[in-house]
Design a protein around this ligand. Structure first.
Ligand code: GUN
Length: 300
């Protein structure tokens, strides 16, 4: 469990927690090496030049380096055809040294993720996006949990946030964040046992619903959507948003969350910052999945 300063809003520091977890992963990788077991190997396929995707993939590779996990980046041309990408996926499926790999999303418009993701060997699908793995998650069977929902669950667990019986309001019903989190948090687990309300673009009275949330999870990709009038006193706020907003600085943008932190933090009992909250936890979750994929092969 992480430190808990009394009487003030707790900052759920994903950066600090992720560094702790990266140390744990590095220890596990080293222990494997001492036992003569295989070094985990994660590969990523990136198609095109989407700036945000490139920076996410680079951060995944950097984290691999910190833990001793091997990494390979296959950076393909923007014009890669569907057949070519499927061939690359098959190559990774049959490469015995690669324990897990991801196809970074979004793909260029001419490539349909719904055709590409099912081509990944479910045992190597460390993103947990394959229909088989999503089905296993839905049923509560052992699987690779997708990085963002897994990162949020890990954050709640390690900060010992009480979830049982709480009303959790989730903003955003995406396949990779909102929907899986609604399933995971309503399950009879710890963390879990929440009463979940999943809000989306057609939800009526969204502000009123948010005000009833003990735990508010914002994952809709709209910068500063959550304002002071949407937060119940003492709520726990998890901000999954990471939108690049144009700015007059060296990078040309700032990263903004879905929550107006300045407004919401004083009302909340605990809150994740952006950056440095959920983001780093997602990368750790991907590495944990990679370690798990390697361990699964130990006795085969
Ligand atoms: N794009 C945004 N998040 C993710 C993720 O978790 N995995 C992949 N492959 N692409 C993403």
């Amino acid at each position: 469990m992480m430190d808990q300063p009394a009487g003030e809003t707790r900052i759920l520091d994903g950066k600090k927690l992720s560094n702790l977890l990266l140390d744990e992963i590095r220890d596990a990788v080293q222990k494997r090496a001492h036992k003569g077991l295989k070094t985990p190997h994660l590969a990523a396929i990136l198609v095109g030049e989407n700036g945000a995707s490139l920076s996410y993939v680079q951060s995944k590779i950097r984290m691999c380096e910190k833990t001793g996990i091997r990494s390979t980046l296959m950076h393909l041309d923007e014009n890669t055809s569907e057949t070519e990408l499927l061939q690359h996926i098959q190559t990774m499926n049959s490469d015995a040294d690669i324990d897990g790999f991801i196809v970074q999303l979004p793909l260029p418009a001419h490539l349909d993720p719904d055709k590409m993701i099912p081509a990944i060997d479910p045992d190597k699908d460390v993103d947990g996006f394959h229909p088989i793995n999503l089905g296993r998650m839905q049923l509560g069977l052992p699987t690779f949990l997708s990085a963002t929902p897994a990162g949020v669950m890990l954050l709640l667990e390690r900060y010992a946030i009480e979830t049982a019986g709480k009303h959790c309001v989730i903003l955003g019903r995406s396949n990779i964040v909102g929907t899986p989190l609604a399933i995971l948090l309503s399950r009879n687990t710890e963390p879990g046992n929440c009463t979940v309300t999943l809000c989306h673009s057609k939800t009526k009275n969204i502000k009123e619903i948010c005000r009833t949330a003990d735990i508010l999870i914002a994952a809709l990709g709209r910068p500063h959507f959550v304002t002071a009038d949407m937060v119940k006193a003492g709520a726990v706020i998890i901000d999954v948003g990471i939108t690049r907003v144009p700015a007059n600085n060296a990078k040309g943008y700032v990263v903004q969350g879905d929550v107006d932190f300045e407004q919401a933090a004083p009302i909340a009992s605990a809150i994740t910052p952006v950056p440095g909250g959920v983001g780093p936890m997602t990368v750790v979750s991907l590495l944990l999945n990679t370690l798990q994929a390697t361990e699964k092969k130990d006795n085969q």
